[in-house]
Design a protein around this ligand. Structure first.
Ligand code: 5GP
Ligand code: MN
Length: 346
């Protein structure tokens, strides 16, 4: 039986507080290819829970990009794909509580998903993605929140522990909010976003430092990849108000592309006047990855979920296929006529 119900989190916050009152073994899990919100919210929460006397390990299914490697301390994050699988399995099996942050479906964490399903721990979901799988005992879920970091901050405040948020934690949470709103520019940039960000700055987050660390630590290869993609690979289909880019494995290798390097590229498509849908399709060898962005009511969550085994938010989603790159591109292009009405609507 759930001990707190999603629809009434405030009513049951005392139950959750009581539940957290004795020291526990805890695991915090986040999604594949963690971004700044995934890692920032996980580390913010883990530092908080440690201050409350719990023993906590953060597990990331795969490597995080270099531009967020200033966040974790040594051995603070266990990267599943880099370690022996038994290590993560043991933490998950022995945990009293497992927190799942910034994802809401267990198949987004590959093999780890099954381990979580079988674990005897209580499961806590903190997330803002659409259509969550109902696997958790406690859900702090709000798809109107711009970031998971915002929800972690809110939870700590609701638990009466705002005073425990220090300037490091504030930097991590601020980083999650900043990146998931695209630097306070996307349509999810609400009044609450600024309120929480302001409170984090009051606590000691440094917006200048965080934005320099995240946005201004490009490698030359990464910049050249951007130049190459914009000059040679960006395609525009005015009839569908769509921009798309296709990257082969060879191209990614040529620019020494690392995980996370194509993040942001897809947004250039949307910066073209009149474009409503932008997609980057890249050959990641193990699968073909799609990153989708849209403007207004056009739901890339629906497109990714229905056709590309993925999901996300209305205006930002991802997916993957096990087809070839060419087949995936064809599938995407063949789909566009069925979306034409939605794409041409204002
Ligand atoms: P990105 O394009 O930056 O990888 O992802 C955009 C958004 O969609 C992020 O919020 C991300 O968490 C979500 N997302 C990306 N890939 C998937 C996926 O395969 N499944 C689901 N449910 N969400 C995804
Ligand atoms: Mn997020």
């Amino acid at each position: 039986m759930p001990f707190i119900f999603r629809d009434e989190p405030m009513q049951h916050i005392q139950t959750f507080k009581d539940y957290l009152s004795k020291p526990q073994k805890m695991v915090i899990l986040t999604h594949l290819s963690p971004d700044a919100d995934a890692l920032g919210s996980s580390l913010g929460l883990s530092r908080y829970l440690k201050k409350k006397g719990h023993s906590v390990i953060v597990i990331a299914p795969s490597e995080y990009p270099d531009f967020i490697n200033w966040m974790p301390e040594e051995n603070e994050v266990l990267v599943f794909q880099k370690e022996k699988p038994e290590n993560s399995a043991q933490f998950i099996q022995e945990a009293d509580t497992i927190f799942c942050l910034d994802f809401s479906s267990l198949n987004r964490i590959n093999e780890l998903g099954d381990m979580v399903r079988k674990a005897s721990a209580k499961r806590v979901l903190i997330d803002h993605h659409l259509e969550p799988e109902r696997f958790a005992d406690f859900e702090q879920w709000d798809s109107t929140a711009a970031s998971t970091a915002e929800l972690v901050y809110q939870l700590i405040v609701e638990l009466g522990d705002k005073a425990l948020v220090d300037s490091n934690m504030a930097d991590f949470l601020y980083a999650g909010i900043m990146t998931d709103t695209g630097g306070f520019r996307h349509s999810n940039t609400s009044y609450k976003v600024f309120q929480v960000a302001a409170q984090l700055v009051e606590i000691g987050a440094n917006p200048y430092k965080v934005s320099k660390l995240i946005y201004d630590t490009n490698t030359i290869e990464r910049l050249r990849l951007t130049g190459y993609v914009l000059a040679e690979k960006l395609q525009v289909l005015p009839a569908y108000r769509t921009a798309y880019m296709v990257l082969t494995a060879e191209e990614l290798k040529r620019f020494s592309s690392q995980n996370g390097d194509t993040e942001g590229l897809v947004n250039y498509g949307l910066s073209i006047k009149g474009i409503k849908l932008s997609v980057i399709i890249s050959d990641r060898k193990e699968n073909i990855r799609l990153s989708l962005r849209s403007l207004g009511n056009f739901s890339v969550n629906e497109m990714a979920r229905t056709h590309f085994g993925g999901g996300g938010h209305r205006n930002a989603a991802g997916g993957q296929t096990t087809m070839t790159l060419e087949e995936t591109v064809k599938k995407f292009l063949d789909l566009l006529p069925s979306y034409k009405d939605q794409l041409s609507a204002e």
